[in-house]
Design a protein. Structure first.
Length: 244
């Protein structure tokens, strides 16, 4: 009998919010699912930082030529302006230079932004996500859907196929996937389906009120430092102990 194994499957996002890393930390294997169609005005190439003047979008400029034709995968999406990295790092520095733990991570992120110019969006996303997992002490196995055999057609069918190939017994999904997932297919495959609950995250010190949960995890790292993991998943352990 196979040992229990949890799997999550998501498209790569640019410097994602804390919920993205909450899912990664919850599973044994996290699969980047960048074989799917690239979508404009989404989280693949942009995210928000909090500044003294409010929220600011940081967007990586990419080529969208194939989007309307429906044949541009996230995997194939190319960056069209190499100057984006310097601009983003300048905005981040201006916003967070006085944050409590900015200096602790400054060199690491400065190198990530300025050391090398990637050609593809997914390469940038992978680089940041892997580095942030390292900061958080997350040792989840990170893989790519392209490492598995060609997938079957259908949104849910593909997810089930990937979990089965990864020898997963439970699939952890974001709550928004309820809109399209056919839960019966997971049940028939003998795979437990669990939706991640993003509610209840504790607040931490930000520049200005109101508090904003939906910003890049860089905001959390620069403001809380080594305590960042508490605000992502460890607070649940404390809540459980209090309720006992």
């Amino acid at each position: 009998m196979l040992a229990d194994k949890t799997v999550a499957i998501l498209q790569s996002n640019y410097i994602p919010w804390k919920g993205y890393f909450d899912i990664i930390s919850s599973v044994d294997e996290f699969i980047f699912y960048d074989e799917v169609q690239y979508t404009k005005h989404d989280w693949r190439n942009r995210n928000k930082i909090k500044t003294h003047d409010g929220l600011l979008w940081l967007t990586i400029p990419v080529s969208n030529k194939g989007v309307l034709q429906g044949h541009q995968r996230v995997l194939d999406t190319q960056i069209c302006d190499p100057a984006w990295a310097k601009k983003h790092w300048k905005s981040i520095t201006q916003s967070y230079s006085k944050a409590s733990f900015f200096d602790e991570y400054k060199e690491l992120f400065e190198d990530l932004y300025l050391a090398k110019e990637e050609l593809f969006l997914c390469e940038v996303n992978y680089k940041f996500i892997r580095a942030i997992c390292g900061i958080l002490g997350v040792d989840t196995a990170l893989s790519h859907s392209t490492e598995y055999t060609p997938l079957t057609d259908g949104k849910t069918e593909r997810l089930v196929d990937l979990v089965k190939q990864a020898k997963g017994t439970e699939y952890i999904s974001g709550p928004s996937a309820k809109d399209y997932i056919d839960e019966k297919q997971f049940e028939e495959a003998g795979i437990k389906l669990t939706y991640k609950d993003y509610s209840g995250y504790p607040e931490y010190t930000q520049f200005k009120k109101p508090f904003e949960h939906g910003v890049t995890i860089l905001d959390l790292l620069f403001n809380t430092g080594p305590d960042a993991s508490y605000y992502i998943w460890k607070w649940r352990n404390e809540k459980t102990h209090i309720g006992e």
